[in-house]
Design a protein around this ligand. Structure first.
Ligand SMILES: CC(C)(COP(=O)(O)OP(=O)(O)OC[C@H]1O[C@@H](n2cnc3c(N)ncnc32)[C@H](O)[C@@H]1OP(=O)(O)O)[C@@H](O)C(=O)NCCC(=O)NCCS
Length: 376
């Protein structure tokens, strides 16, 4: 396509996509020296004004050689003026496949600009350009980017290890796709772990500062005895990976993960997970938990589980989960875990025989418990 003559202007309300001009160089420069842009993209670092001028100059050849259909984003700059808001592009890969890429100028972030820009470029890519598939990839952990793709209907396809290049490093990636025939509505219910407090016990998002005590809790002899055969972070490096991905399953509507902490000094006391939520039409979930050794025996998990149940059973219209049922499994030889279930009113519903591997090589029965939402 000829640049800029064949580059369309696409607009919706306050967001406009158009061909880059040399007037964008300063905006491109400001965007590319921003640490958030540098963290999540392949920009050269350090970034100079010459790099920005070169980037803008290369847009013409990218269009003319059909390598990258890139648009400058114009967004509301306040007081009726518009401003440079970033760059968005689709890289055609042949066979009706295009790769989406975007970056927002820091001055416009968090206002829905990129979500609107993605909608515009998708309408054009699937419509005028006849694309069949648009792919999205981000460095693992880039939740704002995933949120933009999610909001536009992308399906999360999974992660891949060490596959995205960034300045000489190979980073883990998250991948998504959108087909021309897909709806543009979110495909999962994006959940968030709310902060819940009772007395001195608080359920909150996992914090990076939980690392040392989290690893102590999962490598303690009692935890190893009962949970040693279950994969969970047991080293600082494994903790950091879990920390990066901790909200991903929540965004897919399948699981919530909390740290239990002391409400007064925020010390990590344990972990409580609700999993098996399974998409938009779920009504049941299962819990798993462990407590740091120095916090055991004082009712921490019972209080934490009661808090979780309150959130699980309260109505969706109140921002809770509206579940019908919460279940849990405890090794038949683990009385402390069974006691938590009973103290929270769970009913023992059965026994899965010889299914639970313990690290000492024994295989024991698992007692099954559940609790129904009587208000449902
Ligand atoms: C990703 C990026 C382009 C988003 O631009 P934006 O204009 O802020 O996007 P929007 O305002 O349309 O949407 C951002 C969404 O992410 C959400 N968000 C922001 N930080 C978040 C976080 N840490 N966790 C989850 N969601 C987050 C925002 O609340 C918003 O969601 P909402 O629409 O429900 O409110 C911008 O953050 C950016 O330029 N980042 C650096 C470059 C980059 O990462 N590019 C993508 C590479 S794959």
């Amino acid at each position: 396509m000829r640049f800029p003559d064949d580059v369309p202007t696409l607009s919706t309300g306050v967001v406009r996509l158009r061909a880059h001009t040399t007037d964008d160089i300063e905006g491109v420069y400001e965007q590319c020296v921003d640490p958030v842009s540098q963290r999540w993209t392949t920009l050269p670092v350090p970034y100079t004004r010459e790099d920005a001028a070169d980037f803008v100059a290369r847009r013409a050849a990218a269009w003319e050689e059909d390598r990258d259909w890139g648009f400058a984003i114009e967004a509301d700059g306040g007081a009726g003026a518009s401003r440079f808001g970033g760059t968005i592009s689709i890289g055609p890969k042949g066979s009706g496949i295009g790769e989406l890429a975007f970056g927002a100028h820091p001055g416009v972030r968090g206002k829905g600009v990129m979500s609107a820009a993605v909608k515009l470029i998708l309408d054009w890519g699937f419509g005028r350009m006849g694309l069949h598939t648009v792919t999205w990839a981000a460095n693992a952990g880039n939740y704002p980017s995933w949120r933009v793709a999610w909001r536009n209907g992308f399906t999360y396809e999974g992660s891949s290890r060490a596959t995205l290049p960034q300045r000489g490093e190979a980073l883990d990636a998250w991948h998504g796709t959108l087909l021309a025939s897909d709806s543009r509505e979110p495909k999962t219910r994006w959940l968030r772990p709310p902060r819940l407090t009772a007395g001195r016990v608080v359920l909150r998002d996992v914090a990076v500062t939980d690392e040392r005590r989290y690893v102590e809790a999962t490598t303690d002899s009692e935890a190893l005895r009962w949970l040693g055969a279950i994969p969970m972070p047991r080293t600082p490096a494994e903790f950091r990976l879990m920390y990066r991905d901790r909200l991903l399953s929540a965004s897919l509507g399948s699981a919530l993960r909390w740290s239990i902490a002391d409400a007064e000094d925020d010390t990590y006391l344990g972990t409580l997970n609700l999993f098996g939520l399974g998409g938009l039409d779920y009504n049941s979930g299962e819990v798993g938990y462990h407590v740091h050794p120095d916090a055991r025996g004082r009712g921490v998990m019972t209080t934490a589980l009661r808090l979780l149940i309150g959130h699980a059973f309260a109505a969706e219209s109140d921002g809770s989960l509206g579940l019908q049922r919460v279940s849990l499994g405890a090794a038949a030889t683990n009385p402390a875990s069974q006691q938590v279930a009973r103290a929270c009113g769970f009913t023992e519903t059965g026994r899965d025989r010889r299914c639970y591997n313990l690290p000492d090589g024994s295989v024991v029965d698992l007692l099954r418990f559940d609790l129904l939402n009587d208000a449902a």
